[in-house]
Write a protein of this length. Structure first.
Length: 448
């Protein structure tokens, strides 16, 4: 996807404000470096196209041919991830947050101190899969087992349950207990153990699906490829590579390692995507039978968040809510009178007012018109909140809105969004805001 000039400036300013004084020590790629990365990626994408990889989620995920069951559920937008603790026994340099608190199991700003409460939440909101994460779930093994059992009991045998781990505390006994409780898939981050495949291999034959999911780290492509070949020999089912993100918690260690950075809605390791695609291409060209999958930052940032918004929007009071591809509830009025999407699609208006809202599931009753759901003796509230300030469109601006957002229109990932709509600079910011509410970006991220 390409950003407009205004979007790039906004992203850079946001990132530099987030990192403050340490930002002056961060080595961001310059224009020449961005062009080099783009050329390298274009070459890798061409290699992967010749290997017939399949793209999904608006071109932000590849290869889609043999996804793990959990990944498939995530793409469908039906996954919940419960962080069972905030403790870890590893010391990965890229960890996004401090891991030194037992904490209450939580997901999406909701706390679930009771396993039955969480299992009921999954059932009520139509999830088809859930994962247990942390921290390190093995540090809270009994609690993790309680939640897995409750999820299985309430949601039935077809519900897919998986867990993330560094594997340090995995034993055959613990793995058998997890399988007996109903765990379907176990995912190992083997960068925590320097790519040692022993524990992942141990899980094969005990846990139905064994997946390894690791960040693609600059300078470690040889270790990745060696690990992948060992995983294939051990019978591991899937290898997931994801794009490495930087956070204020991890930035100092990433600087110490000499990593360079690129700007995106959040700061990313500059070479992570290229390392992932290079590893995928080499493995596919070698003929390995181990399915390899790349999960880009844009997928996590846009598609996962839009899935959560769509789920909340579907639970809002009332009927007939129009939900955009990005997961926001859209309301259109003209001179104070509601206008349906179909009416505006087929008939011109001289002016319209666009308003965007999102549903929010909370445990605090903050609005009088909130819907209330009772689960396991607890209450959840579904509330409608403004996602941004109203946008007024007049005259020709209305037609500029109708064509790309209400009619059949193909967004091209390699073209400037403003150029595709033939926008003047004066309208760029306004339509950039609309686009963020309406559509999901296409393709992999732009280097700049």
């Amino acid at each position: 996807m390409l950003y407009t000039a205004g979007e790039k400036n906004s992203i850079i300013n946001k990132n530099m404000n987030e990192y403050g004084s340490i930002g002056r020590f961060m080595q961001f790629v310059d224009a020449a470096g961005a062009a080099d990365l783009s050329r390298l990626r274009d070459g890798l994408v061409a290699r992967l196209d010749r290997l017939h990889v399949e793209y999904g989620a608006h071109g932000t995920k590849l290869d889609m041919r043999k996804l793990s069951p959990g990944c498939r559920i995530c793409v469908e937008g039906n996954w919940s991830c419960l962080f069972v603790n905030n403790l870890c026994n590893a010391s990965c340099f890229y960890c996004p947050s401090s891991q030194n608190d037992l904490s209450t199991p939580a997901t999406n700003h909701l706390q679930f101190d009771d396993a039955g409460f969480y299992a009921g939440y999954l059932r009520r909101f139509g999830f088809t899969g859930a994962s247990i994460s942390g921290g390190e779930p093995f540090l809270s093994l009994e609690k993790s087992l309680d939640y897995i059992r409750a999820i299985r009991e309430v949601n039935g045998p077809r519900f897919h349950i998986w867990m993330y781990t560094n594997g340090l505390l995995a034993t055959k006994e613990n793995l058998r207990r997890l399988a007996g409780a109903g765990l379907d898939e176990l995912r190992f981050d083997l960068t925590a153990v320097r790519y040692d495949v022993e524990k992942a291999a141990m899980a094969c034959g005990i846990i139905e699906t064994v997946t390894v999911e690791v960040p693609a780290i600059e300078g470690e492509a040889p270790q990745l490829e060696k690990m992948a070949l060992e995983l294939a020999a051990a019978g591991v089912g899937h290898l997931n590579l994801h794009q490495l993100r930087c956070t204020p918690h991890s930035v100092a260690k990433m600087i110490e390692r000499g990593l360079s950075f690129i700007h995106a809605p959040f700061v990313l390791s500059a070479w992570s995507e290229v390392v992932a695609l290079e590893t995928m291409a080499r493995l596919l060209e070698s003929g390995t039978e181990l399915p390899v999958h790349f999960c880009s930052f844009l997928y996590k940032y846009h598609s996962q968040n839009s899935a959560a918004r769509r789920r909340s929007a579907a639970a809002l009071p009332g009927t007939g809510n129009t939900v955009t591809a990005a997961g926001y509830v859209r309301e259109i009025t003209s001179h104070g009178v509601p206008v349906s999407t179909d009416d505006l699609r087929n008939h011109a208006c001289d002016s319209i007012r666009l308003e965007y809202f999102e549903g929010r599931i909370t445990q605090v009753h903050e609005a009088t018109d909130a819907a209330v759901f009772s689960l396991a003796g607890r209450s959840l509230f579904i509330q409608k909140r403004k996602a941004m300030h109203p946008i007024e469109l007049d005259g020709g601006e209305v037609d500029l809105y109708r064509t790309p957002f209400l009619k059949d229109f193909t967004w091209h990932a390699d073209l400037d969004p403003d150029d595709q709509l033939h926008l003047s600079p004066a309208l760029s910011d306004k339509f950039s805001a609309i686009r963020s509410m309406e559509v999901l970006p296409e393709g992999l991220i732009e280097y700049f």
